[in-house]
Structure formats: structure tokens, C-alpha cells
Design a protein. Structure first.
Length: 317
């Protein structure tokens, strides 16, 4: 004869079947903060060591870390805040494709138009933005379900951040030619490392958002007039930022009243600027691109507000 269990005795539970692990790794919350703090904790002593020893080998660490820290942190923040449903593979693939394909296209165009001019800046900007859109399409060619404005904003920003990381590294190497002083190189790297992800990420986010918003259900991309207009607008902002940066040496000469305009700060010339002019150049060359980057950010935010996060991503993996 069986007796009922006494009150308070826990009842047996039928175990539920375990869920299979996700097909892609999950990134924990707050990783972008830990990455930023850890990167700064390494960059500061590495920069101090480079300034103290004036060694090219010691300078490589803060230059490479400074070029990649802000873009990586930006992508981690965008993924955690807006792109978890897209998956790590899509975000990482866009970051790598933007760096590799975007910089390759930019180098080919810059080599064909070596002399600084307004037309050259616009040509290079058009080629770079077209290369970044091509990199976005290439990275998502096997993920036809990924489409929509907000998905394009996040993944376009990842493409721009990957491009900015390699571009900042290249500009740091150029700075080593005309500013052999490590402090001048670190100043250039610090300014570009902070501004490049914002500008490049915002412009690419706008073009990528429009591209994926018009993507067909079967995964094919439509290069309709709105996509072309968004790409042209991103290229125009890009060209304005490059033009403002290119006019910085001329403006420094006008402000200080010293130096030969054709040779000052130009790559391949002996280092003519004074330390004060180098610091002033860093400041002036940051103001114009910063204003253009803010315009791009406002444009991207306006597109994001038209597509609120609720309901969440539709038809995305």
C-alpha cells in the first residue's frame, strides 16, 4: 500500500531536452568596455616606452593598437547594442571584407591620381565607397536572409570600421616619413584612430542601410537610384573630409606665417615644420573631418530613427 508523499516534499521533474549550442559564438555583454579599457591600459605604457626609447620597434605596438582599438570597440558596441540577431559571422565578415577589399580599391585609385586636388579627392572617395559597398555585398553573398535598413546600418558600419583600421595604419606609416619624431606620429595616430571609425563607419552605414533595405527576398542586390544616391552622398562627405584634411598644411602656413607651402608637411620632403606647427597641424586636420563625421552620424541616426528596433529584426538569422 502506497502512501502519499508528505507535504513539502519536492516533486520529481521531467528533464527537458537540452537545446543545441548556437551555430556561432556568443559575445558577452560589456565586452566592448573591457576591450576599450584593456586596450588603453596597454596603449598608454607602450606609447610612453616608444617616446622614451625612440625605437621603431617600440613604436609599432601603439601604432597598430591605436589603429585597430577604436574600430574594434565600435564594432563590438554596434553588435551588442543593435546586431546580436545578425550573428558574429556576418559582423566579423563585413569588418574583414571592408578592410581588405576597401583599402585595395582605394590604393589602386590613389595610384592613378597621385596629385592632390578636389577632383582627386572626389575620385578616390567614389572608389572607396564603391569598394566598401562591394565588400558588403561580397560578405553577405551567402546570407540571403539578411536584409533591411537596420541590418544594413550595423553591417555597413562594420565595413567602414574595418576600412578605417587599415587606413589609419597606412596614414601612420606616411606620418613616419615627414614626422620622424615619435610624438608627432602618435598624435596623428591618436586623432585618426578616434575620428576614422566615426566618419568611415557613418558613411558606410548609410550606404549599407539603403543597399540592404532594397535587397530582394532571394538575396540579390538592387543597385537602384536610392542606392546610387546614398553612395554618392557618402562619397561627397568622404571627399569633404579628405579636402579639409588636405588644406590643413596650407592653413597652418597661413596661421604661423612660416614655411614653404609646396614643401611643408609634404611626403618625400625633408622635415621642415617646427614642433609647434606639427601640433597645430594635428589640431587643424582634426577639426574639419570631425564636423563632416558629425554630419554623417546625424544622417545615419535619422535613418535609424525611421526604422525603430521594435519589432526587432525581420527575416534575419
Amino acid at each position: 500500500m502506497s502512501h502519499p508523499p508528505p507535504p513539502g516534499t519536492p516533486k520529481a521533474r521531467i528533464p527537458h531536452p537540452q537545446q543545441p549550442p548556437p551555430p556561432y559564438p556568443r559575445i558577452g555583454a560589456g565586452l566592448w568596455r573591457r576591450c576599450l579599457i584593456g586596450g588603453l591600459a596597454v596603449w598608454v605604457p607602450a606609447a610612453g616606452l616608444a617616446l622614451a626609447t625612440r625605437s621603431a620597434a617600440a613604436l609599432a605596438v601603439p601604432v597598430l593598437l591605436g589603429a585597430f582599438l577604436a574600430p574594434v570597440v565600435f564594432v563590438l558596441w554596434a553588435y551588442e547594442r543593435h546586431g546580436r540577431d545578425l550573428g558574429v559571422s556576418a559582423v566579423l565578415g563585413c569588418f574583414l571584407a571592408g578592410g581588405a577589399l576597401g583599402v585595395l580599391g582605394a590604393c589602386l585609385t590613389a595610384a592613378s591620381a597621385p596629385h592632390p586636388s578636389t577632383g582627386r579627392y572626389l575620385t578616390v572617395a567614389l572608389a572607396e565607397e564603391a569598394a566598401k559597398l562591394g565588400a558588403l555585398a561580397f560578405a553577405l553573398r551567402r546570407q540571403p536572409a539578411v536584409h533591411g535598413m537596420r541590418a544594413g546600418l550595423v553591417l555597413g558600419a562594420a565595413v567602414g570600421a574595418g576600412f578605417a583600421a587599415l587606413e589609419s595604419t597606412g596614414h601612420a606609416l606616411d606620418a613616419a616619413l615627414w614626422a620622424p619624431d615619435p610624438w608627432g606620429q602618435l598624435e596623428t595616430e591618436l586623432v585618426r584612430g578616434l575620428l576614422a571609425p566615426l566618419g568611415q563607419g557613418a558613411w558606410s552605414a548609410v550606404a549599407g542601410g539603403v543597399l540592404l533595405a532594397l535587397r530582394r527576398p532571394d538575396g540579390r542586390f538592387r543597385y537602384a537610384p536610392p542606392v546610387v544616391a546614398a553612395g554618392m552622398g557618402a562619397a561627397l562627405l568622404h571627399a569633404l573630409a579628405d579636402t579639409a584634411r588636405g588644406l590643413s598644411p596650407w592653413l597652418v602656413v597661413r596661421l604661423t606665417g612660416r614655411g614653404v607651402e609646396t614643401g611643408l608637411f609634404a611626403p618625400g620632403y625633408p622635415p621642415q615644420p617646427s614642433p609647434a606647427q606639427q601640433h597645430l597641424l594635428t589640431l587643424v586636420s582634426a577639426l574639419g573631418p570631425a564636423l563632416v563625421a558629425l554630419a554623417g552620424l546625424f544622417w545615419a541616426l535619422s535613418l535609424a530613427r525611421r526604422n525603430p528596433p521594435y519589432p526587432p529584426w525581420k527575416n534575419t538569422p
